[in-house]
Design a protein around this ligand. Structure first.
Ligand code: LLP
Length: 421
């Protein structure tokens, strides 16, 4: 295990968290190399025989050291912007292992990706396909394309992260897909090589995956039967959910089985784009209690981690575990409290009505499962500097992003000329 109590103190691998707080301050994201590697290895193991290209979805955690940890193990990358593409290349992901997803790619982004020779563009609409054809022709190259389809399957997850329903902005409707595939085969500068889908994030049940993957497999057969070069790959989108409250996530072997049956007999390779499940449990957000305030209606633990550091509880009503760094004594009294940040918004909380062991001013705690969509979604709202990020590897600790410097943050802004005289 990567985050465990040893002698009553929570450790990241072999490193006691109070040591990290003393040296690097709080709030700080702490990631475990062993956990990152173990999660990737679990996918590789479950998919043995299918041997998919695992394109880590950078959006979950785009720190260079995290990407490089996966790249060293052979993973590719799923990127959704020029910025993420540059990050993947900078961290050493070979261009031939990069898929470019996203509903709003611009001509400039397409050009950049074509220059670098990425594996495939996941195209989400006919206008996007036509633009990509124009851009590729203008450069005298051919763009490898996957059509991302929308299978109209309810992923049974939070509305803000459901992506595969007909009313969502993503993908090409199943009914239109054969026509767009035919168009892709006829357009200059386009090589239709794959089909793709992504139905949502934080799925805790394999059934919607199974339904969607079967639809994708059937569509692939139809597209192949229509003639032209056969498809080479199917891209199954993001990975499984995470049991933030200790609930069992989908078994990766069942998930792999759904992929296996979708590609059976098709002669195609598989691509996966997991993000959350590779990094969530490999990271914690380490914070400190500033003070405890007894309200009339509630007790508030006011902490130095806020919605700018971790927005998931506010944005998705996400339940994330909170653990005291000093292990509570067995039988310690627990009390109901809200764990809130210092930001001037009522929505600034990490937990509401949570029963927790006593937390006092100065105590350290962590938010668990914070490796995914934590630092990547953080901001400097209220001019709170972006948190530091640390990567632990056994006894070693590396600062993989120093805490943002407030003076540098301010110096990055410029007065307009008419304000300087
Ligand atoms: N591929 C595509 C096309 C995606 O849109 C996503 C996530 C993934 C892969 C990775 O999915 P995962 O394996 O992480 O489930 N910020 C939200 C999650 C947003 C997910 C968006 N798309 C959260 O914190 O819950």
């Amino acid at each position: 295990m990567s985050f465990t109590y040893r002698n009553g103190i929570l450790h990241a691998e072999n490193v006691p968290l109070p040591e990290l707080a003393a040296r690097h301050g709080t709030p700080t994201y702490v990631y475990s190399t062993a956990a990152l590697r173990a999660r990737l290895a679990a996918y590789v193991e479950a998919f043995r025989g299918i041997d998919p290209l695992i394109c880590y979805a950078l959006k979950a955690n785009s720190n260079q050291a995290v990407i490089a940890t996966f790249a060293r193990e052979g993973a590719g990358a799923d990127v959704v912007s020029m910025g993420e593409l540059k990050r993947a290349l900078a961290a050493g992901v070979p261009a031939r292992k990069i898929v470019f997803a996203g509903v709003g790619k611009t001509a400039e982004e397409m050009r950049f990706a074509l220059q670098h020779g990425i594996l495939q563009f996941n195209v989400e609409s006919e206008p996007e396909l036509r633009l990509l054809s124009d851009v590729a022709c203008g450069m005298g190259v051919t763009a490898p394309v996957a059509l991302r389809v929308n299978p109209d399957v309810d992923a049974k997850t939070h509305a803000k992260i459901t992506t595969g329903k007909a009313e969502n902005k993503f993908g090409i409707d199943m009914d239109h897909a054969p026509g767009v595939a035919a168009l892709a085969k006829s357009l200059p500068g386009i090589a239709l090589e794959a089909l793709a889908l992504h139905i949502g994030s934080q799925l805790m049940d394999v059934a919607p995956f199974r339904t969607a993957f079967a639809r994708l497999g059937a569509l692939a057969r139809q597209v192949n039967a229509a003639g032209g070069p056969a498809l080479r790959r199917l891209d199954f989108g993001g990975g499984v959910g995470v049991g933030y409250a200790g609930e069992a996530p989908p078994d990766l072997r069942d998930y792999a089985e759904a992929v296996r049956s979708a590609i059976a007999g098709l002669g195609v390779g598989a691509i996966l784009e997991p993000g959350r499940s590779l990094v969530a449990e490999a990271g914690v957000l380490l914070g400190r209690v500033i003070r405890v305030k007894e309200g009339v209606a509630k007790r508030f633990a006011i902490v130095d981690t806020a919605m700018n550091d971790l927005i998931r509880p506010t944005l998705y009503e996400a339940w994330m575990p909170i653990l005291a760094v000093s292990e509570p004594r067995p039988g310690a009294n627990r009390a109901l409290m809200d764990v809130v940040g210092p930001i001037c918004e009522t929505g600034d909380y990490l937990a509401l009505d949570r029963e927790l062991p006593p937390l006092n001013a100065g105590d350290l705690f962590v938010v668990g499962g914070a490796g995914a969509y934590g630092a990547a979604m953080s901001s400097s709202y209220n001019t709170r500097p972006l948190a530091a990020e640390l990567l632990v590897n056994g006894d070693q600790v590396a600062v993989i992003r120093p805490r943002q410097d407030i003076d540098a943050l301010i110096a990055g802004e410029k007065l307009a000329p008419w304000l300087t005289s």
